[in-house]
Design a protein around this ligand. Structure first.
Ligand code: HXC
Length: 509
């Protein structure tokens, strides 16, 4: 009986982490504890813990006198809506959640199990970084985690929740995961903190400005979304997991749907304004196509000229990439290309079909784009689409000009179904620009120029030239888009593609 009691006593001590005082301090910052976060993340009662009694082995700086059970990280597995998940959650109440050799080993253990058993890894980060007292042993622990992030990439989804400090080299583990979510005002990520920045560059900046959720969702694009508090962030991760397959050999999950596949959306027939220079909201099209109007947007705050995210069609997950005419007229630029390329590659790695909605007047011109390497960054998106072998269905709603037409999952990049609305214009460029180049001699004759422009529009401001050439498979009624797209994806469920052997590709980075 005593041994049973001892187990219970030890468990209770481990569950207390760094003790009541530090838990209260954690709560006073608006943060949940490591265990409270896991409880919210996983289905009730599903969490099974590993390594609850692991303690560090450091004997320097008097550390042998303080060996808390669990060593600053809670690890284990459980379920989200019944589906297997591995999780680690750093406990800031224990030595600031700092990473020791044994702390790292605990994380590695569950990462190895996740890869072996084919289930996502969710990492909850709240840590002062490398355990200073352990020196290189702590750095080595990070290195071991990094290597596992790389091995797991493209095998199981990896999701990071940043819920406290994440500084120095510690940022590189989340950086290599598929999705990063941050909490506003209580989390930050940077390679060098405000003090070092001040010393080296003389810039004065707060931790929040340097690496807070706002910075990383709007400016750097390091993070995919920012939430008000821990509870909201965790709820959104649960929602995301529902869209994802557990591993790369599993089809995306299919769940019951209550939305008619044949639902006609007559309002789409008038979505495109008569004036080709007027914007409209592409999100309206996405939500009208999706089952129950549910769109899970990724990187909503960054490069708003392109939309990326997940919807379901006939209950099955589909990744959506769509130009947004409301911002920069939907042009592709460096940021949009990078954002969409990474999303396309995630979908392809995990067998999630891609729906591309196109209204793109071209690449954004300018020195800042050229100097910033738009050639290489634009090539990322082109490359990502071209190498993707998942089912690809594309709908052109309006403009599809120039190189951007080719990039946006065109027929030429092995698009499976390429549809166009009757309002489509598929051409090398807009009528005005085109006329000014091919009729340069008439530049000073407005009447002639207007006539040439009209001729060009008559010829190309429609989808039929492309349809005659077979690079558009069908011109469809906007109101029937949901039905057409659902049927297209249904027909592609058994798609197989032959790819010549290569060790790996060399996407322009
Ligand atoms: C050991 C640490 C620690 C660390 C915090 N603690 N960071 N212990 N190693 N890295 C301990 C503190 O001593 C304290 O212990 C408790 O955690 C809480 O820390 P506080 O400082 O009281 O908390 P707060 O005021 O909220 O400040 C949090 C903090 C600060 C900003 C994270 O603790 C801090 O600056 N820590 C050092 C950060 C750092 O330089 N880390 C190394 C980065 S380089 P008590 O007993 O008082 O509760 C790195 C390299 C990774 O990580 C390389 C990978 C390749």
């Amino acid at each position: 009986m005593d041994v049973l009691q001892e187990l219970e006593t030890r468990r209770q001590a481990a569950r207390l982490g760094g003790g009541e005082k530090r838990i209260a301090s954690q709560h006073s910052k608006g943060k949940l504890t490591a265990r409270e976060r896991i409880e919210l993340l996983l289905d009730d009662g599903s969490f099974e813990e590993f390594d609850m009694f692991v303690a560090h082995r450091c004997t320097d700086f008097g550390m042998e006198k303080d060996r808390p059970a669990g060593d600053g990280v809670v690890t284990g597995w459980g379920t989200i809506n019944g589906r297997l998940i591995y999780v680690f959650s750093q406990d800031f109440t224990v030595m600031g959640g700092s990473v020791s050799e044994t702390h790292g080993q605990k994380i590695c253990k569950i990462m190895d199990m996740a890869v072996q058993n084919g289930a996502p890894i969710i990492g909850i980060n709240d840590s002062g970084g490398a355990r200073i007292q352990e020196g290189v042993a702590s750095l080595a622990a990070y290195g071991e985690v990094f290597q596992r992030n790389i091995t797991a990439s493209g095998v199981v989804p990896q999701i990071s929740l940043i819920m406290g400090p994440t500084a120095g080299g510690a940022v590189y583990s989340p950086a290599m995961t598929d999705f990063i979510f941050m909490v506003k005002d209580s989390s930050y990520m940077f390679v060098t903190g405000p003090d070092v920045v001040k010393t080296v560059t003389n810039e004065q900046v707060t931790a929040e400005e340097l690496g807070g959720a706002g910075t990383h969702t709007r400016k750097s694009s390091v993070a995919d979304a920012a939430f008000e508090n821990d509870v909201e962030a965790i709820a959104e991760v649960r929602r995301l997991v529902d869209f994802l397959p557990l591993h790369n050999r599993e089809k995306p999950p299919v769940r019951p749907f209550f939305d008619d596949v044949n639902r006609a959306e007559e309002s789409l027939d008038t979505l495109i304004p008569d004036n080709p220079n007027m914007p409209y909201d592409m999100k309206e099209l996405i939500t009208k196509l999706a089952d129950e109007g549910d769109f899970y947007e990724i990187q909503e705050e960054f490069a708003k000229n392109i939309l990326t995210g997940f919807i379901r069609l006939e209950g099955s997950t589909v990744g959506v990439v769509a130009n947004q005419p409301m911002v920069l007229a939907g042009c592709l630029d460096i940021d949009a290309s990078r954002k969409a390329a990474r999303f396309v590659r995630f979908c392809d790695a995990f067998d999630i079909p891609l729906l591309t909605l196109v209204d793109v007047p071209g690449f954004l011109p300018g020195t800042s784009q050229e100097y910033g390497g738009v050639i290489k960054h634009g090539a990322k998106l082109l490359y990502a689409y071209g190498e993707a072998t998942v089912p690809k269905v594309t709908v052109i709603t309006r403009k599809a000009y120039g190189g951007a037409y080719v990039v946006m999952a065109s027929k030429h990049l092995n698009g499976d179904f390429n549809y166009a609305w009757p309002t489509s214009e598929i051409a090398v460029m807009g009528a005005k620009g085109a006329t000014e180049i091919i009729h340069r001699a008439d530049l000073n004759d407005p009447e002639k120029l207007a006539k040439h422009t009209q001729d060009y529009e008559d010829r190309f401001a429609n989808p039929f030239v492309a349809a005659e050439k077979g690079v558009i498979d069908e011109v469809i009624m906007p109101q029937s888009t949901r039905k057409r797209v659902c049927r297209a994806f249904a027909s592609l469920r058994t798609k197989q593609v032959y790819i010549p052997w290569k060790k790996h590709d060399n996407i322009p980075l």
